[in-house]
Design a protein around this ligand. Structure first.
Ligand code: NAD
Length: 489
């Protein structure tokens, strides 16, 4: 990933309207909503507030491209070439995109420029390579028949994303959908619509035909719900809260839409006593505090084997004291503000729960500074499984550290949750780590590392953490239908 050394200037916001059928248009209602820079609480843009009428227009444009439009007739290889061009343009504008992401979300520029945007480019490039490699199979059947399968695009897809990795979520959704030959109506999160809109402009510049990608900013219960209910949409791909996914699942059932869900987690990060202490401390710190703790896969239940526990807490405490909070445009800043006031309040409430439930506050526990939604890196020791800070997804810089005795105990306790998104194991005994990994009910297990993502590696949740997978070939297949063709010989 790229290293950032310069201070970035605050960017100009250019796109704030809906992007429908290749045109920039205001919301049909004329309404707008504000987005705020979370470090200063200043309004940075007035954005079109799309609703049902805008979703209708966007679905119509996407439908026209899918049902016989230029996109549907384009060779798969040419689709891939346009996607590669799109990736090149994203690379050319990487600085500007990263600055816009930092403005809208508040994440430090060292992360947006160093990690998020490079991963965005990589994801689009990865899926560009897949466009002409989507293959079916020939099937041996009884009788004088020849049977084969085709993988065909699922159709018009509605994509609804959250605010924690705004541009990266766009790439995870657009990459496989475009490669498969689908057309798109996206509703970005109301807190962070700006990079998505900018990316739509770059997709158009790359030559992706108008109407293939449509973006309708707006709110969940209005624009989001209209997309989910729309009979012209074949699939909903959603990332966000489990409670929202359940509403969507019920609505989508009416028209039998395909759904994929990437939801929350309370991921166990397990440190065995034979782990490399330096690496495990680094991984535990990074695994939780990265992105202000606003990661679905955050290692928010840190289990440390009892022999190493006290030293581990001391080391984590020292690291938290060194952590640099500040202006997210400064390359030295490691931690920025939370995305908005609602998240900020929710996190502070959980910190109070931690104290009330009897956990020991080791670092942090309060607001940092008096401007912006900053919260100190917070560390709780002496946490037990039943405390609210150990059961609920907090989505903030609050690390709960729990103690365990042996491997059987930790396999049981780590799985004692309705979530199942990610987990990690730290040990020098690699065979033991593999055995433990096989017992963990999670879609991703990292061994001696944390938050390692690659466009080729599938990601998604067991249990209530999701349905289906994103990334890799599995993520691509989720945008296709299988058609079986049988020929009488
Ligand atoms: P959220 O569910 O409130 O919102 C996500 C998106 O859904 C937003 O665009 C929102 O406008 C929209 N939405 C809200 N209500 C809707 C409705 N009734 N119909 C249609 N759309 C609706 O989630 P959030 O608070 O923005 O995001 C945080 C959550 O997302 C956390 O739980 C986190 O774990 C999860 N998340 C998961 C992953 C993953 O890959 N598994 C990645 C990022 C975030």
């Amino acid at each position: 990933m790229a290293t950032v050394t310069e201070k970035f200037a605050r960017p100009q916001v250019r796109q704030t309207q809906c992007f429908i059928g290749g045109e920039w248009v205001p919301a049909a209602s004329g309404k707008t909503f504000e987005t705020v820079h979370p470090a200063t609480e200043e309004v940075v843009a007035e954005v079109a507030e799309g609703d049902k009428a805008d979703i209708d227009a966007a679905v119509k444009a996407a439908r026209a491209q899918f049902d016989g439009g230029e996109w549907s007739r384009m060779d798969a290889r040419d689709r891939g070439i346009l996607m590669s061009k799109f990736a090149d343009l994203l690379e050319e504008e990487a600085d500007e995109l990263a600055a816009l992401e930092t403005l809208d979300n508040g994440k430090p520029i060292r992360d947006s420029r160093g990690a998020d945007i490079p991963l965005v480019i990589d994801c689009i490039r990865y899926y560009a390579g897949w466009a002409d490699k989507i293959q079916g199979a020939t099937i041996p059947v009884r009788g004088e028949y020849f049977t084969y399968t085709r993988r065909e695009p699922v159709g018009v897809v509605g994509q609804i994303i959250p605010w924690n990795f705004p541009a990266l979520m766009v790439a995870w959704k657009w990459g496989p959908a475009l490669a498969a030959g689908c057309t798109i109506v996206m509703k970005p999160a109301e807190q962070t619509p700006l990079t998505c809109l900018r990316m739509a402009r770059l997709a158009q510049k790359a030559g992706i035909p108008d109407g293939v990608i449509n973006v309708v900013p707006g709110f969940g219960p209005t624009a989001g719900a209209a997309l989910v209910k729309h009979p012209g949409v074949d699939k909903i791909a959603f990332t966000g809260e489990g409670s929202t996914a359940k509403i969507i699942q019920r609505e989508a059932l009416e028209t039998m839409k395909r759904v994929t869900f990437e939801l929350g987690g309370k991921s166990p990060n397990i440190v065995l006593a034979d782990a490399d202490l330096d690496a495990a401390v680094e991984g535990a710190h990074f695994g939780l505090y990265f992105n202000q703790g606003q990661c679905c896969c955050a290692g928010s239940r840190l289990f440390v084997q009892e022999k190493m526990y006290d030293e581990f807490i001391d080391r984590l405490k020292a690291k938290n004291h060194e952590r640099k909070l500040g202006d997210p445009f400064d390359p030295e800043t490691e931690q920025g503000p939370q995305v908005d006031k609602a998240q900020f309040d929710k996190i502070l409430k959980y910190i109070e729960y931690g104290k009330q439930d009897g956990a020991k506050l080791v670092t942090g526990g309060k607001r940092h500074g008096d401007e912006g939604f900053y919260i100190e890196p917070t560390l709780f020791a002496g946490v037990t499984d039943d405390m609210r800070i150990a059961t609920d997804e907090i989505f903030g810089p609050v690390l709960s550290v729990l103690k365990f005795k042996d491997v059987d105990e930790i396999a049981r306790r780590a799985n004692a949750t309705n979530f199942g998104l990610a987990a990690a194991v730290w040990s020098r005994d690699i065979a033991k780590a593999h055995r433990l990994a096989s017992r963990l009910r999670a879609g991703t297990v990292w061994i001696n590392c944390y938050d390692v993502f690659d466009a080729g590696a599938p990601f998604g949740g067991f249990k209530e953490s999701g349905l289906g997978r994103e990334l890799g070939e599995a993520g691509l297949q989720a945008y296709t239908e299988t058609k079986t063709v049988t020929v009488s010989l």
